[in-house]
Design a protein around this ligand. Structure first.
Ligand code: TXA
Ligand code: MG
Length: 351
């Protein structure tokens, strides 16, 4: 299959390009499109075969449900059984935007889309290209992140091309994803609601609107074999670069000294080590492939660059990767959730 790459200007969306993409969706094909979080791989959410194509293109296990994207509140009512008062408050506050809510699904949504679950994750994105595509195709759009399963999510159209060229019909090449991390997921079918995946919308922001929110243990801890976490995606190794990644946490001076020692050892043994650092410590590293994620004083810069940096290590063919851990508050919750999973839970405390 030939993958068509179409450049699209978010500030001045050309109708003819949206029309082409809509035609593909309506005829059961797949279109990758920009959202404010990461690029999504879209197909018609009500069409079992489209879901099947999405799983095949990504190489994704079919028990891992897809998020369904909508463009207005009316679409929500067609898709879900019950909208709790808290879900209404959250949608008023955070939609359109980087929040996915879990609802009990109506039968109109096929089991293929939800990986066999009787609930469905719904999100109304804020990116103008995403909204135009959903609104004008007239279909709810199932869209996981548009990466090959297990790889870091795509924050640029070129990341999508790297992973899915020849496997999907079209890529709408918009701007780089503004946030750079997947949406926050909150289960609104239980009381209190449960945070299943942290994101740009933090637990504190949710709690300001609806009161207490529990956090699913799978957010930071490894799920035991045989246990099915509430968000099935949480059990897979995720967001991972090719080389093995280890995180180091603790006093920054000790952490940088420790990582530098590891770098020396690797170089002596003929390996190429990579390390991701923050602007604050950049000057402490002289050897190895050193990539800067952003500044600790503005975590949004780190979220924005993180996946691109992890992919860059793949391109540079490093043999091992070391990373400085970040604070686990505010947006740091989401950053560390992704990094801990990318590292396969290898996190070393430097005392
Ligand atoms: O920001 C995002 O959410 C992006 C953009 C494209 O919207 N999408 C995204 O989708 O990250 P994906 O498929 O890569 O991640 C979806 C996560 C998975 O961990 C999945 O298990 C969980 O959402 N999920 C989806 N439906 C669910 C459900 N009914 N119950 C529990 N978890 C669900
Ligand atoms: Mg994903």
């Amino acid at each position: 299959m030939k993958t068509v790459m179409l450049k699209i200007d978010s500030d001045n969306i050309e109708q003819s390009k949206i029309n082409q993409a809509c035609e593909i969706l309506k005829s059961g094909g797949l279109v990758a499109f920009p959202t404010e979080t990461v690029y999504g791989l879209g197909g018609n959410a009500l069409e079992p075969q489209a879901a099947g194509r999405i799983y095949a293109a990504k190489g994704r296990p079919s028990d891992n449900p897809l998020i369904v994207h909508i463009a207005n509140e009316a679409m929500l009512e067609e898709l879900v059984e019950e909208i709790s008062e808290k879900a209404k408050l959250l949608s008023n506050h955070f939609w359109p935007g980087p929040l996915t809510m879990i609802f009990r699904k109506k039968r109109i949504i096929p089991n293929e889309t939800t990986g066999g679950m009787d609930t469905v994750g719904i999100r109304m994105p804020s990116h103008p290209v995403a909204l135009a595509l959903i609104e004008q195709s007239g279909v709810a759009v199932a869209a996981p992140s548009a990466n090959a399963s297990g790889k870091p999510s795509p924050t640029r159209a070129k990341h999508v091309l790297e992973d899915l060229d020849g496997r999907i019909d079209m890529i709408l090449d918009g701007d780089d994803a503004q946030i750079g991390l997947e949406s926050t997921i909150v289960d609104t079918t239980c009381e209190p609601p449960v945070l299943l995946r942290p994101g740009f919308v933090t637990r504190e922001m949710l709690e300001k609107v609806i009161g207490p929110v529990d956090v699913d243990p799978a957010v930071y801890e490894k799920v035991e074999n045989g246990v099915k976490p509430k968000a099935p995606g949480m059990k897979y190794r995720h967001y991972a670069p090719k080389a093995e990644l280890t995180l180091f946490r603790g006093d920054m001076e000790k952490v940088t000294r420790h990582i530098n020692k590891k770098i020396e050892e690797d170089i002596c043994q003929g390996r190429t080590p990579g390390v991701f650092v923050s602007q604050e410590t950049r000057k402490q590293y002289e050897k190895g492939v050193v990539l800067c994620m952003g500044t600790r004083s503005d975590e949004e810069t780190i979220a924005h660059c993180m996946y691109d940096v992890l992919r860059e290590f793949d391109r540079l063919n490093v043999d091992v990767i070391y990373g400085e851990a970040f604070e686990q508050d505010n947006l740091g919750q989401a950053i560390m959730n992704r990094l801990i999973k990318a590292a396969g839970y290898k996190i070393v405390d430097i005392g």
